[in-house]
Design a protein around this ligand. Structure first.
Ligand code: SAM
Length: 667
């Protein structure tokens, strides 16, 4: 992530850092000693009462969250999370997994090829970044702890609170940092949530339908009931329930036995589910549902229904940023219902988006004026056609100009794939200790969670995100869906966020390190770093606007400066800690060859210059003050070797030189 400014920096006390490291190392040691050992049965009563107490405490705001870490600076208290050894999510469909029981669990083991059905047996303990509860298997004779990391579901509710029956795919049984045995879910797709009302689902009876007329009528009735329940839930604004009911109804209505006699039932449910999907931001399914609901008939009622369907498909495509496709849908809508005002309004909006996308011309003032805390996102298209991705030797892939770009002109503009603003409830920063490189970092965990959820809701986007650079490449199998739904590897998302996220700055009020806004811009994520960058980014809401800071020729690589510190050592440390590389641009090469004592002297003079600039305003500077500034600038210049710094900027002198330029212009 782009570095925070000083006011936002989080400092851990040495004791805290040590405590985090030791806790994790102790846990890993215990885990390695226990691998494959049989699980020790729990005393059910005691376990449930322990969870009930902890849940009460958590609800009252006094949760004994042993994972909270005290920080100095603006961070306050933050959750501390371990980034352990990554493992892949389950990519096998539920029906191909063998059932197991709690009693079969082995310590610190991924039970590959197995599935475990459990029911919740205690209240849920909701902590900042995770939640846990006690569960029992179907017979109720064994009790175990179940913990979910990234605890919120796609619909924003706590996953464990959302139901009482769960199926765990390939259960991972391990220890908490406090050494307590637990089932642990890292990938949301490894936990199948069975809503209570569906446990004894009418689907079972529908599945048994075998083609007799009376069975067909029974199946149709079931589908109709589901549709009605979905409509009722929608009226109550219970969108997850409405979605679940429509989905259940569709499963039945799409069976031959129903669709043969009443094909419109599946169409009606699909059209309704398309609407709910748009509200839930599940745009892939919204688009498919809307298309599946089309009748293609010519009578007025059918035309009205198809007009609605085209409208929904158009909205889904528009919100996915697929403007050409959206145009196609709204054109169709206009064709069958010519007077429709929504269709023409949307077509006008799309014309603007397509122009932005093709020509890179934006009304940036207007876009900025429409922003507020309640509406932090702009309605704009991305413009990326001046650039392309290709190999950048020594740096992986990079972004290159496809034409000459004059200084000050837009290189590219990009709408964020996902942003979590500091003022939103999703914003969550955590201290993460990564066992792979022994480093402690500040991680935008809320952004990772939102990205995982967005991908689960819109699987068509999984490939684009997973193509980004991350240290962990996954298990080598790029499976993004099974029969049970989309699969997203949260460890990969975490690593991608660590190396590719940007901060759009505090556009909507005060932010500290614990609630800094962060986001992912997929195309901009291909831009490599140079301390002597040729582009600079700015944000209007979630639109990143990248401009050339000097003329860029076609074929040249675009560079941003990930860290703008003037000090070589501070810069290298930040680049290594946050992005995992050592910069060898011309500036770093020149500075690296400086004697450390010279660098130290330059650093001291730079601090002096900073203090001077803060203290003395150039507008009222007296002659003596100007002379003092000139002396300081000269002293800094003397720390540079003229030959080695030929053509290389003397970045430490920048501030004082700018001050001098302004002061002398005034005279
Ligand atoms: C935001 S991504 C940039 C795109 C990336 N190169 C790729 O192949 O997808 C950041 C990562 O690119 C690499 N990188 C960026 N600038 C670099 C540089 N100047 N030298 C070496 N590696 C660099 C580092 O691995 C860093 O973590």
């Amino acid at each position: 992530m782009t570095s925070q400014n000083d006011a936002n920096t989080i400092f851990l006390t040495e004791q805290e850092a040590e405590r985090i490291r030791n806790t994790v190392k102790d846990r890993l040691k215990k885990c390695s000693e226990l691998v494959g050992h049989a699980r020790e049965p729990r005393d059910s009563k005691a376990a449930i009462s322990q969870a009930t107490g902890a849940s009460l405490m958590a609800d009252m705001g006094g949760a004994p969250d042993a994972d909270m870490t005290q920080t100095k600076g603006q961070g306050g208290t933050l959750p501390a999370l371990t980034v352990g050894q990554p493992y892949s999510p389950c990519i096998v469909s539920l029906q191909d997994l063998q059932p197991m029981k709690l009693a079969d669990l082995q310590m610190d083991t991924h039970h590959r090829g197995r599935r475990l059905t459990v029911k919740r047996a205690s209240p849920v303990v909701t902590l900042a970044a995770r939640s846990w509860t006690m569960v029992q298997d179907e017979a109720g004779d064994e009790t175990e702890r179940l913990e979910v990391c990234l605890r919120k579901s796609r619909h924003g509710e706590d996953i464990l609170e959302s139901a009482s029956v769960f199926v765990i795919k390939e259960p991972y049984f391990t220890l908490t940092d406090q050494g307590e045995a637990t089932l642990r879910i890292d990938h949301p797709s490894d936990l199948i949530v069975c809503r209570d009302e569906f446990a004894n689902s009418s689907l079972t009876s529908a599945n048994e339908v075998n083609g007799h007329a009376e069975d067909a009528a029974a199946a149709e009735k079931i589908a109709r009931t589901c549709k009605d329940k979905g409509n009722a839930a929608l009226k109550q604004r219970d969108l997850p329930l409405a979605h679940a009911k429509y989905t259940e109804g569709l499963k039945v209505a799409r069976q031959d036995v129903v669709s043969y006699t009443n094909p419109d039932l599946a169409r009606d449910i699909s059209r309704n589910r398309a609407y709910v999907n748009i509200l839930l931001n599940q745009l892939d399914e919204a688009k498919n549902d809307a298309k599946a609901s089309l009748t293609g008939r010519e009578d007025q009622r059918s035309k009205d229904l198809d007009s609605k369907a085209y409208f929904r498909a158009g909205c889904a495509a528009y919100n996915l940023g697929e403007y050409q496709e959206a145009k196609g849908f709204f054109d169709e809508q206009q064709k069958i219902t010519p007077g429709d005002k929504d269709a023409s309004a949307n077509l006008r909006k799309i014309e603007v988006r397509l122009h932005e996308q093709e020509a890179g011309t934006y009304d940036l003032k207007k876009l900025g004026a429409g922003l507020s805390r309640a509406r932090p996102q702009v309605d704009a298209a991305s413009f990326i056609s001046n650039t392309k991705v290709r190999d950048s030797p020594g740096r992986g892939r990079g972004l290159f100009a496809t034409r000459d770009i004059p200084a000050g002109e837009i290189v590219m503009c990009e709408k964020a794939f996902c942003v979590v603003w500091g003022h939103e409830s999703e914003a969550l920063t955590a201290i993460t200790y990564d066992v792979r490189d022994d480093r402690i970092r500040v991680s935008p965990v809320g952004l990772s969670t939102s990205i995982v959820q967005k991908l689960l809701s819109n699987p068509s986007q999984i490939e684009r995100v997973m193509d980004l650079y991350g240290d962990y490449q996954g298990g080598g199998k790029n499976v993004s869906t099974t029969e049970d739904g989309p699969v997203v590897d949260t460890f990969r998302v975490h690593d991608i966020v660590s190396r590719n996220a940007f901060g759009p700055g505090s556009q909507y009020g005060e932010e500290g390190a614990s609630n800094a806004s962060t986001g992912l811009w997929i195309w901009a994520a291909y831009i490599n770093h140079s301390c002597i960058a040729n582009a600079k980014k700015d944000f209007i809401g979630d639109l990143m606007v990248l401009r050339a800071t000097r003329p860029i020729t076609a074929g040249e690589e675009i560079f941003l400066s990930y860290d703008e510190s003037n000090d070589y050592d501070a810069r290298q440390t930040a680049l290594m800690t946050t992005w995992g590389f050592e910069c060898n641009c011309a500036l770093c090469a020149a500075e690296k060859a400086d004697d450390p004592a010279v660098r130290k002297k330059r650093r001291e003079l730079a601090s002096e210059a900073d203090a001077f600039v803060e203290r003395e305003h150039w507008a009222n500077a007296k002659r003596l003050t100007v002379v003092k500034a000139q002396r300081l600038a000269r002293a800094m210049d003397d720390t540079y070797d003229g030959e080695r710094y030929e053509g290389v900027p003397r970045v430490a002198t920048r501030r004082i030189r700018e001050w001098l330029a302004k002061a002398s212009r005034r005279r």
